[in-house]
Design a protein around this ligand. Structure first.
Ligand code: BG6
Length: 474
């Protein structure tokens, strides 16, 4: 283990849910196997079914075997991990179940009575978060509870609220029961290696940062495309839509990482301060200008998906042209395109540089043909490519675009952690840098609420499955 973590108890709310089964339990198992967890740890699953400790262990074992390759044969490691699992059955909205949880925590830390280090993970539907936090407080398990020496942390999954109003309501409860430095609002995009690398790429290399501004950059384009639809999540999408599901969090976080100023140091607050300035520099999209800068789409066939209304006007696609109104970026368009059922699955950021002042080499439009670009691909490949023009072999002086490419796989091989593994470790270690601070939640909801309000009544444009969706107005 790189950093010695404190012994602790991990309390997993929504223990039988999809996220726990697909991501969290498998990630915890892998971290244990790689010796990344502390010497002593306990995981308490909390959920409604009366399955008991053994039932939860069996459930976890099955989930891990389904989602971790090699786990089926490595029964010894799996059995050992499952010995750390415990279970509390309760309706999460009822206070009395939390006394059972407290009892379970106390039993495990013997004489220390609820004073072990506790990390609560809310892998539950958003409506339950206020109940859980409220009930933790009533049971004396809140972060501000006076009688306790151990640390307390809470990890809260997205969506964090549903709009500015509900996010503020949730924050009022969170802030009553926990200190901000105990709160980890998770966006799994911030656990992706190439996303974490943006900060390093920009600020550890002397050659890029001097060019990273309106003088040299022509435009920036962020794409978050998926080549599948809403699958089984029709009901969720009907309430959410793509603006809330993808842009409010993943999209705006990528934009902030690309546009932010260098932080004064690598303290989480210093990084969050710079990201917050980016959100505050986004030009408001209002009724007057929104149609020039935003287009919403819905893939053909969405209305026939399970749990989707036959006349649904929910968007499954958005293209947005943002303006970041500050000294560095004024006038540089940041285009963002995100959608379901698009032509391919790709998340990338393309930074296109301005052409040189004189174009000596043909063909006549060769500037846009060979314009310098830095393309940061986050998935499916994890690469950074630099595009530049080069002389096409032969007698004539004409240029062709070529690429220099860095690929994580080639340089570092396989075996890296998944976003959830990385973020779980960061939360355990108390590093909030790759989590969302409260002010960023508010700022990003403000932006999304304003687009939604300004686009009220606009029916998303239909687009064919596996196309690139509707175009923004030029
Ligand atoms: C989630 C969204 O946050 O991110 C999903 O709710 C989306 O709709 C997913 O599919 C994309 O994550 P990734 O890591 O597969 O790009």
């Amino acid at each position: 283990m790189d950093q010695q973590l404190d012994n602790f108890t991990f309390v997993l709310f929504g223990a039988e849910g999809d996220l726990s089964s697909r991501k969290l339990l498998p990630s915890l198992y892998q971290l244990a196997r790689w010796n990344q967890l502390p010497d002593k740890y306990k995981i308490i699953g909390v959920s409604r079914s009366e399955i008991g400790h053994d039932g939860f262990r069996a459930y976890a074992k099955k989930s891990i075997q389904e989602h971790v390759s090699g786990a089926v044969t490595n029964t010894e490691a799996l059995d050992l991990f499952c010995e750390s699992l415990y279970y509390v059955c309760t309706d999460l909205t009822e206070a009395k179940g939390y006394m059972l949880l407290r009892h379970e925590v106390d039993t495990m830390v013997a004489s220390e009575s609820s004073c072990s280090n506790l990390l609560f993970y809310l892998a539950t539907p958003p409506g339950l978060a206020p109940h859980i936090i409220d009930n933790l407080e009533k049971a004396g398990l809140g972060g501000k509870s006076k009688n306790c020496k151990g640390w307390r942390k809470i990890v809260i999954e997205k969506p964090y609220g549903f709009d500015l109003k509900t996010a503020r309501e949730l924050d009022a409860i969170v802030g009553r029961v926990f200190h901000e430095e105990q709160v980890y609002r998770i966006d799994h995009y911030l656990g992706k290696e190439p996303v974490q690398n943006i900060l390093v790429f920009r600020f550890s290399n002397g050659m890029f940062e001097p060019l990273w501004n309106r003088q040299y950059i022509d435009n920036i384009c962020i794409t978050i495309a998926e080549n599948f639809g809403v699958r089984t999540r029709g009901a969720y999408y009907e309430k959410s839509g793509l603006l809330r599901d993808i842009i409010q969090n993943h999209g705006l976080q990528l934009l902030a990482a690309i546009a932010m100023e260098p932080p004064v140091d690598l303290n989480a607050d210093a990084v969050h301060d710079e990201k917050e300035k980016v959100f505050r520099s986004l030009r408001p999209l209002t009724k007057e200008n929104v149609r020039d800068h935003v287009v919403l789409g819905q893939y053909e066939g969405y209305r026939s998906e399970k749990d989707v209304a036959p006349d649904s006007t929910v968007e499954t696609f958005a293209a947005i042209r943002w303006s970041v109104d500050n000294w560095r970026w004024k006038g540089v368009p940041f285009s963002m395109k995100a959608g379901k059922n698009l032509a391919k699955r790709v998340t990338e950021i393309a930074i296109t540089f301005k052409c040189p002042p004189q174009n000596f080499f043909g063909p006549p439009d060769s500037c846009s043909y060979t314009a310098n670009q830095i393309i940061i691909q986050i998935q499916p490949e994890e690469t950074i490519a630099i595009r530049f023009g080069t002389k096409r072999p032969g007698k004539e002086l004409v240029t062709d675009p070529v690429f220099m490419r860095f690929d994580y796989k080639t340089s570092f091989g396989h075996g890296k952690m998944t976003p959830y593994q990385r973020l779980l470790l960061e939360a355990m270690a108390g590093d909030q840098m790759n989590f969302i601070r409260q002010d960023a939640v508010e700022s990003s909801w403000k932006v999304i609420d304003s687009i939604r309000e300004s686009m009220k009544g606009v029916v998303p444009e239909p687009y064919p499955v596996h196309s690139w969706g509707p175009e923004l107005k030029q």
